[in-house]
Write a protein that binds this ligand. Structure first.
Ligand code: ATR
Length: 285
């Protein structure tokens, strides 16, 4: 049931380089159809040298909403009029709202991830002990969102200790947060309620790799992986066999989009339909 495009139709787009692999247009156009929103969402292949021109075009055309993906999440920031706290703290933008020419940048990756974690496996995060494996941009977004849930403690475990220490330092005024090298993982794992992989270890095509030793996990510890290709990574498979509740990365993608949809339209996102659409696209490749 495709809606007619008419003179009231609002434009939306995701920008990136490359972009043709993106599942955002399928997911967002489904969300528009489900909610009777008069919008069209396309994928725009924008190279780095075209970023300034793109922002001018977005203002001229009145593109209502944008998603920003690799490699533009940081470089887009100077072109925007307002940066939401999420974008300022994380240092990257993945969602833009255009209010009559005023462009506001948000970062919905971390809060999207946490909303998915809560809805799927861990409704109560307050007071929980969290171990985050990896110390890159994805970890930063998740830490920002977890702190807003008043978690009990956060330990960042990383191959390169210095990067984990830097990240912990940045948030130290806001949370009980510390950094360790991977050889101390066994000790923290014993007290963890939730272990989250934010590294790319286990992503297609390296599907047999695991980011940490699964035999160190206690039964009952929730194990979460940001990767959604494959939908169930090796580490999740092994954790499940040990009696751990598991949480895959697809939810993060769905809910970062859900927040973007809600910022643009003011309507609750139809997350069940959005997930159904993306899952169908991923499983019929
Ligand atoms: P993103 O922005 O997606 O988080 P990133 O900034 O490149 O990506 O961060 C990748 C994280 O995964 C880093 O913490 C990296 O560890 P280092 O800081 O030691 O580089 C981690 N990572 C990537 N590949 C890894 C591997 N093969 N083994 C262990 N950690 C790895």
């Amino acid at each position: 049931m495709l809606q007619g495009v008419n003179s009231e139709t609002m434009l939306y787009t995701v920008i990136g380089d490359p972009i043709r692999q993106s599942k955002s247009p399928l997911m967002m156009n489904r969300a528009f159809r489900e909610t009777g929103t008069n919008g069209v969402y396309i994928a725009s292949h924008i190279r780095s040298a075209q970023l300034a021109d793109f922002v001018t075009s977005a203002r001229v055309l009145g593109i209502r909403g944008m998603n920003v993906t690799i490699p533009h999440k940081v470089n887009i920031m100077p072109f925007l009029d307002i940066l939401d706290e999420s974008a300022r703290v994380i240092g990257a933008v993945n969602t833009i709202v255009n209010d009559n020419g005023v462009l506001t940048g948000y970062n919905t990756d971390g809060i999207g991830y946490v909303r998915s974690l809560k809805e799927e496996v861990a409704p109560h995060l307050a007071g929980k002990n969290i171990v985050i494996v990896g110390a890159g941009g994805a970890a930063r977004g998740i830490i920002y969102a977890l702190i807003r849930e008043n978690v009990g403690s956060i330990v960042i475990a990383n191959r390169t200790l210095e990067k984990a220490e830097e990240l912990a330092m940045q948030f130290r005024a806001l949370a009980n947060i510390s950094a360790i090298a991977m050889n101390e993982f066994a000790t923290v794992c014993a007290h963890a309620d939730i272990v989250i992989n934010t590294t790319s270890v286990g992503m297609f095509p390296q599907v047999d790799e695991t980011p940490f030793d699964v035999t160190l996990l206690r039964e009952g510890t929730i194990v979460s992986d940001l990767i959604y290709n494959p939908l169930k990574t090796r580490v999740l498979e092994l954790a499940e066999q040990r009696g751990c509740p598991i949480h895959g990365g697809l939810g993060m993608f769905i809910y970062q989009g859900a927040f973007a949809f809600e910022y643009w339209t003011g309507k609750p996102a139809p997350t069940v339909a959005m997930r159904e659409e993306v899952l169908a696209a991923l499983t019929t490749l």
